[in-house]
Design a protein around this ligand. Structure first.
Ligand code: HEC
Ligand code: HEC
Ligand code: HEC
Length: 447
């Protein structure tokens, strides 16, 4: 009896602590700042515009065809669809009533004005490292330069009880943000600046770092295990390893990376899928110095244990056979029929127009999802002022699963590429993934 009473008391205390913690934690972890921001300062507003672009706020907070920053973009999660919110300065439906303290808590700590925690679909775990000055500039930009739009937020389709927000506070305590930026050891000022952009505004890790069982990014900064930026899959796109290692960017020079970030292309490859979106809305607006800093930081990332710092050796025995019509395998024939017109028999494509498939780090990535999805759904390069022409990749969903699997297996094992085969089942699974996306959430094609 006494034991039972004790048990009941323990549970009751546990519940009290759990529920109470939900209310106390935000106050302890993210106290309201009392800073006056001169939101009318033109220099501060311009700085804020730059950081907003580097942070890609517009990508998530704008629905296709909708008004900028008015929210409503559908994002699918395993438990339901959530919608981004209206962050225009409209008083009733947007963040017009947010003061700087409210804004700072939302952006750096994921806490809404009413104290409720935000879903981690909003990358506050990355934005947590933004400096005070940068968040103040963002605030000035949003309240002074963004057009207010009256548009109600849409409720998520996540059912009760999973839709209760308070328990998310525990997630936030374990995994979320609340950390500050620390300069990587021994970093030059350029590398340090690059680290700040990659970890913070650029939130590159949100897509490129693997996630754990609680959907948390397994590393928010580079550490001994080298998990940061080691590759992850999101919405059927494989945002690949960006470390300076064999399966990463070992074959890329600092200039290759800077070109890719600024223009969405370099001599060998082009951004596609969700990365084309990132370049178009965000990274192309980085200053040359910041793009170079991002690149300097990435080339300085050490390989993970078990990886080497050099790109795989390429020995091309494929081109000669194709030129001689000597390979009659279904994959080779399919490649010649459906791909070679653009990507060429030698797999080299044409610089800045058709990406090379030979020695392409995406093509030879262990995870073939990006490859399968771009073949099924097609893609268009990011639009930037650097190139007049914006070539696109046709969607080839009309080809059957076996044909696509054969072609991709051929591509992944030709011209010196060495990657595992693609099975027809992988192609079928990707068709399912594409069909299951919310109608309005497909950065597969940049419009
Ligand atoms: C990857 C997508 C994504 C990006 C990038 C993003 N957000 Fe969000 N944001 C969201 C989602 C989704 C929500 C709603 C989350 C929820 O309801 O819990 C949200 C919520 C917010 C809120 C809370 C508003 C409210 O009252 O509901 C603010 C403020 C906000 N974002 C500002 C920003 C700013 C500023 C940036 C750029 C620095 C930004 N967001 C970038 C997805 C994003
Ligand atoms: C919304 C998700 C997302 C975000 C955020 C993102 N990426 Fe990507 N990235 C991808 C995907 C998906 C790919 C694979 C498609 C491709 O190669 O274009 C990719 C590819 C790349 C590649 C080409 C890799 C290769 O081997 O071809 C580079 C370089 C890159 N990203 C850099 C960055 C940097 C730097 C940032 C942060 C400033 C960033 N990405 C942020 C999704 C993202
Ligand atoms: C009409 C020309 C054309 C044809 C035909 C074509 N592609 Fe592409 N492909 C492109 C263009 C342009 C891109 C860049 C798309 C982007 O950046 O969004 C591309 C991108 C790709 C990529 C991503 C590589 C990278 O680094 O950007 C792969 C993989 C690919 N194509 C494979 C194929 C395969 C396999 C076939 C045949 C089944 C094929 N393509 C047929 C033009 C073509």
């Amino acid at each position: 009896m006494n034991v039972l009473k004790l048990g009941v008391a323990a549970v009751a205390i546990g519940v009290l602590v759990a529920v109470g913690g939900c209310y106390v934690a935000p106050i302890l972890l993210a106290p309201r700042l009392s800073v006056q921001v001169n939101a009318a300062d033109p220099a501060l507003i311009e700085k804020g515009r730059y950081i907003a672009q580097a942070s890609d706020c517009v990508a998530c907070h704008t629905a296709p065809g909708g008004k900028a920053f008015a929210g409503g973009l559908a994002m699918k999660t395993p438990i339901g669809t959530i919608y981004s919110t209206n962050i225009t300065p409209d008083k009733d439906t947007g963040i017009g009533s947010y003061d700087f303290a409210d804004f700072e808590r939302a952006v750096r700590h994921g806490i809404r004005k009413d104290g409720a925690p935000l879903y981690p679909a909003m990358p506050y775990v990355s934005y947590a490292v933004l400096t005070d000055e940068d968040v103040q500039a963002l605030y000035a930009y949003f309240v002074s330069a963004v057009q207010p739009v009256a548009q109600q937020n849409q409720a998520s389709t996540i059912p009760w009880p999973q839709n209760m927000r308070q328990p998310l506070v525990w997630w936030q305590m374990l995994f979320g943000g609340h950390h500050r930026f620390t300069t990587p050891e021994g970093a030059t000022p350029e590398v340090a600046r690059g680290a700040y952009i990659v970890e913070g505004a650029g939130h590159c890790g949100a897509c490129h770092t693997p996630r754990g069982i609680a959907f948390q990014e397994v590393a928010l900064t580079d550490g001994a295990g080298g998990e940061f930026l080691s590759g992850s899959e999101l919405e059927g796109w494989y945002a690949k390893d960006l470390r300076h290692e064999d399966s990463g960017l070992a074959g890329w020079s600092q200039q290759d990376i800077a070109d890719f970030v600024k223009t969405g292309r370099n001599a060998r490859t082009a951004a596609f899928g969700s990365m084309a979106d990132v370049v178009e809305h965000s990274t192309q607006h980085l200053s040359d110095a910041d793009a170079a800093a991002v690149a300097a930081y990435l080339v300085s990332r050490a390989p993970r244990p078990g990886h080497t710092a050099s790109a795989p050796q390429m020995v091309d025995t494929t081109s000669a056979k194709l030129l001689d019509s000597a390979d009659h395998s279904p994959g080779a024939l399919g490649y010649v029929a459906y791909c070679a017109a653009c990507h060429r028999l030698n797999g080299q494509g044409t610089a800045r127009i058709f990406p090379a498939l030979a020695g392409n780090s995406v093509v030879a990535a262990e995870n073939a999802s990006s490859l399968i999805q771009v073949t099924l759904a097609g893609g268009a390069m990011a639009r930037t002022p650097a190139d007049k022409m914006r070539p696109s990749m046709p969607e080839l969903a009309k080809l059957d699963d076996k044909t696509i699997a054969d072609i991709l297996t051929f591509v992944r094992s030709s011209w010196g590429n060495k990657a595992s085969p693609v099975a027809p089942g992988d192609v079928a699974a990707m068709r399912g993934e594409i069909a299951g996306k919310p109608d309005d959430y497909v950065p597969a094609k940049v419009n």
